[in-house]
Design a protein around this ligand. Structure first.
Ligand code: XMP
Ligand code: MG
Length: 182
């Protein structure tokens, strides 16, 4: 599949699975069952694969919410100016909320999202991200749960796309430059 497009496999399917289980254990330890379900807020579309695996790995009850946002900027970097394309279906006031992100690059999108959700008065608000690019952090955002620190390279797979392709790969890899130059 996608023959020749992937330059290298950065994180294998097995490594992702192990990390998802590890993150789920950390989160479950921090949110003992108290009669109120945890609300996971997945950021479309990139976080979909992680969200569904993570929700199933968590041994505590969760409710699934999704938001779609678009950040103005180029295809591969964001500006921090964000527009809501799809909002939450439910009120999160008084709820324990965990934002589920695929990747944090500059952190601008997440910074905006944290402010936006915090203004809705959740009981608590944390972030879990599968990937973080530490070199590119220009905004200091508090992220409690981080899966993998990765180098500052464009990656695809496991939800992450280039021009809407490669989201369906079960692993995370780097793209061969010929893909964006052709
Ligand atoms: P910021 O810079 O606001 O951007 O943290 C986060 C969003 O940018 C996208 N992004 C990527 N998407 N491969 C992708 O497929 C990447 O390497 C990558 N880096 C950033 C992504 O939408 C993320 O939510
Ligand atoms: Mg995203």
């Amino acid at each position: 599949m996608y023959d020749g497009d992937i330059a290298s496999v950065l994180i294998t399917e097995q490594q992702i699975g192990e990390k998802v289980a590890e993150l789920a254990k950390q989160v479950a330890d921090d949110y003992p069952e108290n009669g109120t379900d945890l609300v996971l807020v997945g950021v479309l579309k990139g976080a979909v694969m992680f969200m569904t695996d993570f929700a199933r790995a968590l041994p505590v009850p969760v409710q699934l919410e999704f938001m779609a946002v678009s950040s103005y900027g180029s295809a591969t970097s964001s500006s921090g100016v964000v527009r809501i394309l799809k909002d939450l279906d439910r009120d999160i006031a008084g709820r324990d909320v965990v934002i589920v992100e695929d990747i944090i690059d500059s952190g601008l999108t997440l910074s905006w999202l944290l402010k936006n959700l915090a203004s809705r008065n959740p009981k608590s608000l944390e972030v879990v991200t599968l990937l973080r690019k530490p070199d590119a952090v220009t905004v200091d955002v508090p992220v409690k749960y981080v899966g993998f620190e990765i180098p500052n390279e464009f990656v695809v797979g496991y939800g992450l796309d280039f021009a809407e392709r490669y989201r369906d790969l079960p692993y995370i890899g780097t793209l061969d430059p010929k893909v964006y130059t052709s």
